[in-house]
Design a protein around this ligand. Sequence first.
Ligand code: R5P
Length: 292
Amino acid sequence: MLVKFAVVGGNASRDLGKRIARRLKAPYVEAKTRVFPDGESKITFGHIPKNSIVLVVQSTYPPVDTNLLQALSIISQVRKVSSKIYAIIPYMGYARQDRQFLSGEVVTMSIIAKMIQAAGAKKIVVVDIHSKTALNHFKIPKENVSAIPELAKYFKKMKLKNALVVSPDMGGSLRAKKFAGLLNVGFIALKKSRNRNTGKVLIQSSKVDVRGKDLILVDDIISTGGSIIKAAQFLKRQKCKRVFVACTHGLFVEGAEKKIKKAGVSRIISTNTIPRNTSKVDVSGVITESIR
Ligand code: R5P
């Protein structure tokens, strides 16, 4: 059966939306967005083709709430002409608020899932979401696409000798294992702790054998860079050769990119779930494959 798609790229993911449309040979629908000085957004649509599955592509990186509200507005508008809407949120903001860590905390991810569904999305597609728990707040069909094979392909071309993959925390072990497997190299995971009140990161590992090796630190998100910086400094003290960083979502808030470089990292590679200087890896292919 021939499925007809149309793609709407929100303000936060215009280039990625266009790439997905090109791959699907689908019409790209313009949703012109103007943000007023007070922060309000005004969205004006072009023609939305009827009887097609409409893919709404919009990551919710900072300004998180603005990009989220734009995504909800676009989905609601598309709902007027199509009941088949896939919300493609490559970077899902708030996914780290997927459960109550401290008593009294609001689980905002659950509210966001309800809002995306209420706006009219019939399916949710995300890339390397921070946790399965976050995705489980959605009651509609869901897809978590992995960018790890694409990131690994990029690093494979670098032909690093004596390489080792490192996860900055135990939670990222499986990700690092998968990445390392694709490069056919080994991996280790560091022990990291974060103070839930201050956000301060501490590497608890004492000694690792990385002397003379080229290391690839792999993480899902880089926000303030705290985790990567602490890991890179620790690994440098253990006399490794070079440290590279691969991540799916490069938020880089509070000057994180500069601080990471200052900590001795040779190169940072991220994907275009968030458009940044470091976005050398395109996820339009893996997203397209998952919805075809
Ligand atoms: C934590 O579990 C995540 O996988 C990332 O390591 C973390 O969110 C990165 O945040 P930051 O860059 O602020 O340390």
